[in-house]
Write a protein that binds this ligand. Sequence first.
Ligand SMILES: [Zn+2]
Length: 490
Amino acid sequence: MKKCRKGLCIAFSGILLLVAILLVRTFMFVPKYETKATSLERQNAQIDEDKAISDLSEAIKYKTVYDYDNSKVDTNAFLQMHSFIDKSFPNLTRSLEKQVINKYSLLYKWQGQEDDDAIVLMAHMDVVGGETGSESDWDYPMFSGQVTDDYIYGRGTLDIKGQLIGILESIDQLVKEGYVPKKTIYIAIGHDEELGGNEGNKVIAEKLKEQGVKVDMVLDEGGYIVKGVVPKVDLPVALVGIEEKGYVSLKLTAQGKGGHSSMPDKEMAINDIASALDKLKDSPFDAKIDGPTKEFLNNVEPKMPFISRLAISNQWLFKPIILNMLSNSPSSNAIIRTTIAPTIISGGVKDNVIPQTCEAIINFRIFPGETVDSVREKVEEYLKNENVKVDIVGSSWNPSKASNSNSDEYKEVEQVVNTIFPDTLVSPYLVVGCTDSRYYQNICDEIFRFTPVVLEKEDLNRLHGVNERISKKGYIDMIQYYYQLVKGLK
Ligand SMILES: [Zn+2]
């Protein structure tokens, strides 16, 4: 009896100690990457808002959907977009040096006071089309640029003509005011981002490298300011992409005997592919809290309810639970592991003929720490008992280098966000898609992928989707953001 009471006593003390450790760690927890940015003195650009809104509406009307097969492209739309920029931004056109790259991409140079330092502001003029059949789901035609009381509608308002025209409005205004930036500013406007950027920004980045341009910072698209999207965080969160995932597609090929479907063999190509795909569903890629994802969790943690803070501050104990929770939603699953998405499957031509070959293409978005080769090797190893061959198809690339969220450049971005969007939490973040900014890695260490506009959860479906739109206020704030950023460059 006594022994039992002593045992209970030890167990109870143990629990008390554990609770004490958890609480101390929770309350003493200091985000490793916490930045202490303050806001700046706000510089209000005297923007002609009606003109700015009508400019974006006009830009939406050009059907700049690109394809490497030029016979499928309305090349006039790209050239008209060039003329529109010349005409609508007369101050910028007069004072900045313009180069046309591969017929449709544009590179502007605005000479700064200091010869050595430069930044690159990026946006692309191409847009995705729309799924055929989805046109009737739009409230206004996709390329109408319809302006309503509160919004501008159309393909590209969010991705990313809003950012493109926003940058041009702010620079045009600054030139008009006679402002000369401290650093030289390049504006890189690609025409084929949605296809991978091979003709546009890849070439622009190579040109800048050849010219020996030293770039301190590149700002591209990537994250947005999201509201109601990060679970258990009420504040809007500005997601500044400091790194982006890699990309590879693997083709699985299975060979079988083929023949008449009336006498099927046990081994059939379609079954082999089905079995391999089924196996891949139980991912061979481990989930990790690492790099930008770790920084992100550490940054949002102080704004979360107690129970979430307790878990994040005590990952030594709760990591499996956190990973399990993050795995449950596609968007959070994508920031903790290499993802696997079968996208194309083909095999067979006739219902009574067993095909000899069946193929599947699977797209992988590669988590930092893995590479194209390591993904292929892992998949080969994982499927070694399956009757399939594994090959890389199309373009592939490794995850980008990570930019430094403690750098002066990151802090500049953070300060400008704090100034234009008060009460917003700024956080580093892993971009799960890909952007043209990866081409600038050889000439710049500090690349930040961020569009300064507030999006709510339902807006995220509008990206590449139906009824893409930007609020007038959001768009005007974006112009103010770039204006403030350029004026604040150190
Ligand atoms: Zn884009």
